[in-house]
Design a protein around this ligand. Structure first.
Ligand SMILES: Cc1ncc(COP(=O)(O)O)c(C=O)c1O
Length: 382
């Protein structure tokens, strides 16, 4: 008799991301769909990795991560957010941001716990909650600004609410939290046992001089948070899958119990390289203007099309309404654009469990100027 598995994730199938990537390849489309840069990563960082390998950093690093990298991260946090983080107890290096999020959820959640998730949401959140037997409680961000309706959050809090998941700068919309959101968050969780998961993988990629409202700025909130970051996302090397998580010493102790029997230790040469690279503040202070220039160039090019771009204040992404072009479903339009025009995008309904369709598609502008130009040349025909 063949063994059978009762699926832990019966609702999960092939996502639109896989469909769109497959179509983009099949139709040789300009790919503004998936969120990764098509330009080369920083030369200096690359050579630092090579150097680290030649210098013999090819064996396991400690479970919590290469100590000099954790120390550099703590220095950077002090410089940016004026908060003292203990690198030995509060920072753990992880294989990417998604893993950090999954590990944090697995550390905390028990069957029946409720987790507040704002939609549209990064696609790993709901399955990560469900695989732990917990229950996603979904709240729509308010279209078209994608702001949090805190009164709705208050209504959705129950004695079972264990966690609130935040993401700023936000994928897929480019929305960012402001100080008022922090005050609201503080008031909502006061006198509760709720833990915050703050996904800040697009830290630094925030535009127009808006300050990033990192949870790391607020020691009272950090006491009850897991804050997750991605080196791959910000240093233009998504394939590295390297990130880190920051929390209170007490919560990090539990996080590490889960982490040490899963991945245990992460890629050593890239940690050694990043420890040296991040010493230079320019390595991260220059990121915002670099990515803002991409957003602005794409926005300027798109003026010659019939798309109506929404605001993007951060991340790699900008969304666009297309009601002047078509009344098709967003997924139908995205598929048709890939096949007929040769431009791949992502329909924003893919980021909602109920496939909510506000007739909006997402563009990734973390691309070479020529790629953006080639895409818009085609989009003008719509
Ligand atoms: C909101 C958000 N969180 C996490 C991640 C994943 O980061 P990593 O590639 O480091 O796992 C992504 C990647 O697209 C993302 O958009």
């Amino acid at each position: 008799m063949n063994p059978t598995i009762v699926s832990k994730l019966p609702g999960v199938g092939t996502t639109i991301f896989t469909v769109m990537s497959g179509l983009a390849t099949e139709y040789n489309a300009v790919n503004l769909g998936q969120g990764f840069p098509d330009y080369p990563m920083n030369e200096e960082l690359m050579s630092l990795v090579n150097q680290a390998m030649h210098n013999g950093f090819n064996q396991y690093t400690p479970m919590q991560g290469y100590a000099p990298l954790r120390e550099t991260i703590a220095e950077k946090i002090f410089h940016l957010y004026h908060n003292s983080i203990d690198p030995s107890t509060q920072i753990t290096i992880t294989p990417g941001g998604t893993y950090a999020i999954y590990t944090a959820l697995t550390t905390v959640l028990r069957p029946g716990d409720e987790v507040i998730i704002f939609e549209p949401a990064y696609d790993s959140y709901i399955p990560n909650v469900e695989v732990n037997g917990a229950v996603p409680v979904l709240i729509n961000l308010q279209f078209p600004d994608y702001k949090i309706n805190w009164d709705e959050v208050r209504k959705k809090i129950t004695p079972k609410t264990r966690m609130i998941m935040l993401n700023s700068p936000h994928n897929p919309t480019g929305a960012v939290l402001n100080y008022e959101d922090i005050l609201q968050l503080r008031s909502v969780i006061e006198h509760t046992n709720i833990i915050i998961l703050s996904d800040e993988v697009y830290e630094h990629l925030i535009f127009d001089d808006i300050p990033h409202q990192s949870i790391l700025r607020y020691p009272d909130l950090l006491q009850r948070s897991f804050v997750c970051f991605s080196f791959g996302k910000v240093y233009h090397c998504t394939g590295w899958k390297l990130g880190y998580c920051i929390s209170s010493a007490e919560m990090m102790k539990e996080f590490r119990k889960v982490h040490q029997f899963n991945c245990f230790s992460c890629h050593s040469p890239s940690q050694v390289a990043l420890a040296a690279y991040l010493k230079n503040k320019d390595s991260y202070l220059s990121l915002s203007s670099f990515m803002q220039a991409k957003r602005d160039y794409f926005t300027q090019l798109m003026q010659d099309t019939r798309f109506e771009l929404l605001n993007s204040k951060g991340s790699y992404f900008i969304c666009a309404k297309y009601d002047r072009i078509s009344d098709e479903k967003d997924s139908d339009l995205a598929i048709r654009m890939t096949k007929e025009l040769g431009v791949a995008t992502i329909p924003v309904s893919a980021f909602y469990k109920a496939a909510t369709d506000n007739k909006v598609i997402r563009f990734c502008f973390a691309k070479k100027d020529e790629t953006l130009e080639a895409a818009v040349e085609k989009l003008r025909k719509l």
